[in-house]
Design a protein around this ligand. Structure first.
Ligand SMILES: *Cc1c(COP(=O)(O)O)cnc(C)c1O
Length: 374
């Protein structure tokens, strides 16, 4: 028990997900079809938005959102360097330039004041990323976007189910992207979604998800309707019904998952309050999804090694994008974003997921206390 392998993260998959996948496999329809349509309906109902378009990753969701806004060569998109590859890479993929601005010391989210300073005539959009499942300062960001006529695409890969000022992330968004990767708040194996309230994006996003064809396979084959037209050069970003079968049940459990994540985060916070570490800061006007429990410790690399010796696996979120070779080629360098770099050097993400038991949490707490107090 004491030395059992404790992975950084694992999804909670139960009998209903498994039965639904088997039902899909037996049904004869495996690709995007009626289970995906049902999953999309459940997402939009849960979020309280008009539309959900499900794709095969959050990366694809971000890419299509940028394309739906016609962002491309010559344009600039402002985001934080304290994020995963997808956010910056997809901006580059469209031909636009990612413009990074530093994060706030408390939430590790993008700093609205610094967004203001980075705006140029080429700026087209802002991508706030809700770190760890805590909403960015959306009121300020929306104000800036309005003032300068900019679009907002939210990278909510960590934040499905999170709330800002008592409203779900995505419920009032222009374009907001979720991830269903296995370690995220809910999973479909691989998958993602774009939610929007804007009718004008829906047809375009659906078209771009499937080669630029105006009708998806469900409409093409099931209705015995063979004719289609390729209207533009799109991508192959659709999900399958095998994956949506998992999502249909995961989303029904999301509130409970977030409740468990919050109660485990509180156990961590209470247990670490007397240690020489920095526990996550939570703002008053948010419901935190606690996708990550981001702790700041001294000697972070050694800390992770010592946890590993106790068979507990941690990770780091994130290596700031501007420190990677791809972004150095764009002209970014070490020292450009001091807060992101400072947090990166100390950050460790502890295991925190609904599949963990209270005993697992207690074991992590003991291990952290031992290492920090050494
Ligand atoms: C996980 C993650 C993504 C990408 O999600 P995929 O579904 O794996 O493409 C994007 N942005 C952030 C911040 C993430 O953590």
């Amino acid at each position: 028990m004491e030395n059992k392998f404790l992975p950084f993260s694992q999804p909670l998959i139960e009998k209903d997900e498994i039965d639904e996948v088997i039902d899909t496999l037996k049904s004869g329809w495996l690709t995007m079809g009626k289970k995906t349509i049902e999953f999309e309906k459940l997402i939009s109902e849960y979020i309280g938005c008009k539309y959900a378009i499900v794709v095969n990753s959050c990366t694809a969701a971000l890419h299509l959102s940028l394309l739906a806004l016609n962002i491309g060569p010559g344009d600039e998109v402002i985001t934080s360097p304290y994020t995963f590859a997808s956010t910056g890479n997809m901006i580059i993929q469209t031909g636009a330039k990612p413009i990074f601005v530093d994060i706030k010391k408390d939430t590790y989210n993008i700093d609205p004041e610094k967004i203001r300073e980075a705006i140029t005539p080429k700026t087209k959009a802002i991508i706030p990323m809700h770190f760890a499942g805590q909403a960015c300062d959306m009121k300020e960001i929306q104000k800036i976007a309005k003032e300068y006529d900019l679009h907002i695409i939210e990278d909510a890969a960590h934040a499905i189910g999170a709330e800002y000022n008592n409203k779900k992330i995505g419920s009032e968004s222009e374009l907001c992207c979720f991830s269903f990767y296995p370690i995220k708040n809910i999973t479909t194996g691989e998958g993602g979604a774009i939610v929007t309230n804007n009718d004008k994006f829906v047809d375009r996003l659906k078209k771009l998800r499937l080669h630029g064809i105006s009708k998806d396979a469900w409409k093409r084959y099931d209705m015995g309707n063979w004719y289609y037209e390729i209207e533009e050069c799109g991508w192959k970003y659709n999900i399958t019904d095998i994956q949506s079968a998992i999502g249909i049940h995961q989303i029904k459990k999301l509130n409970n998952f977030i409740r468990i994540r919050n109660s485990y985060a509180k156990m961590y916070n209470d247990a670490f309050s007397d240690l020489d570490v920095t526990i996550p800061f939570k703002k008053k006007n948010v419901k935190h999804a606690y996708h990550l429990y981001a702790l700041l410790v001294n000697n972070r690399d050694k800390f992770i090694e010592k946890m590993k010796k106790k068979n507990i696996y941690c990770t780091v979120n994130f290596i700031p994008l501007h420190l990677h070779p791809l972004y150095k080629k764009l002209g970014y360098k070490e020292g450009d974003f001091p807060i992101a770099e400072f947090i990166y050097k100390k950050e460790v993400s502890l295991p925190l997921y609904p599949k963990m038991t209270k005993d697992d949490i207690t074991r992590v707490i003991q291990a952290v206390r031992e290492i920090v107090n050494e």
